[in-house]
Write a protein that binds this ligand. Sequence first.
Ligand code: GDP
Ligand code: MG
Ligand code: ZN
Length: 312
Amino acid sequence: MTDGSQAATHGVVCAAGGGVYEVRLEGGRMVEAALRGRVKLEARAGDKVVAGDRVTLMRWRDAWVVESVEARTTAIVRRGRGGRRAKIVAANLDTALVVLATRDPTASYQLIDRLLVIAETSGMQSLLVVNKADLDPQRRIVGELTALYGGIGYPVLVTSTATGEGLGALRTELCRGAAALVGPSGVGKSSLLNAVDPALSLRTGELSGRTRKGRHTTVGVRLVALACGGLVADTPGFGDVGLWDVAPDIVERCFPELEGPRNECRFAGCAHLKDAGCAVRAAVERGEVAESRYRSYVALREESESQNHGMP
Ligand SMILES: Nc1nc2c(ncn2[C@@H]2O[C@H](COP(=O)(O)OP(=O)(O)O)[C@@H](O)[C@H]2O)c(=O)[nH]1
Ligand SMILES: [Mg+2]
Ligand SMILES: [Zn+2]
């Protein structure tokens, strides 16, 4: 097909910003496209065209125009700034790789659990990537995280861009399909992608020495195609991400280790928050459910109840 042809072409949106959409056409060519009026109207109604969306384009004079957007198989949805709207981060990705570092920045267990809930409710499989293993020579944090999350059933990859540890396994995972790297800034998401495919040369950032917090080194979500055929979204810092429209009982289901004790709980409709005699709380006390996981459950459940479903 030539550029002057009127036949419909299919592609995947790789980046969106300022009304310009970078689209990867079937075959791998990258083009910039605008939205056709009708699609723009739909977008204004809240259903924005985002990275990962599969679109049909037409050539109009010497420009590409997005004619239609396919229904999504998955969508990463988070609470937008200000809290009143949903923000769709990316679409049609199968796997969420929740990336954290052994240190610099210190891993927040609650953020990990929050990202796992978002991945689950997005319809994605999730996997934990514990990066900067080189900064944990005693393997204390690596061991703790692997035991905790591996024990619940999440696959855990231990990586280091400094030593090359785990990069082969990461490459295999990323080449399998379409994935998103999520996690706070500074944990090494862009560095990991560069290590897997040096041709990407994504920007990476140094940590600011004073706060040891990552700076935002990635602007907007960008979907990149790996040489092996995988598609992967490098997302900007998910440092403080709120749930959007996740009902309390769904929050509960996103903690797989609560399933056994939940079925034993004799209180109908128990939220497992405070009732003495609740089987979930008893399981926490016996050490069968990790304290950190239970605390995350309580925080996310309360957030869900107050923000989404607490109104009469
Ligand atoms: N020691 C160590 N530093 C790393 C590793 N991976 C990334 N970094 C550094 O961590 C900083 C943040 O990396 P970057 O990829 O920009 O993180 P992102 O914000 O998650 O994309 C950079 O200074 C990297 O060089 C690692 O495995 N070990
Ligand atoms: Mg980055
Ligand atoms: Zn209970």
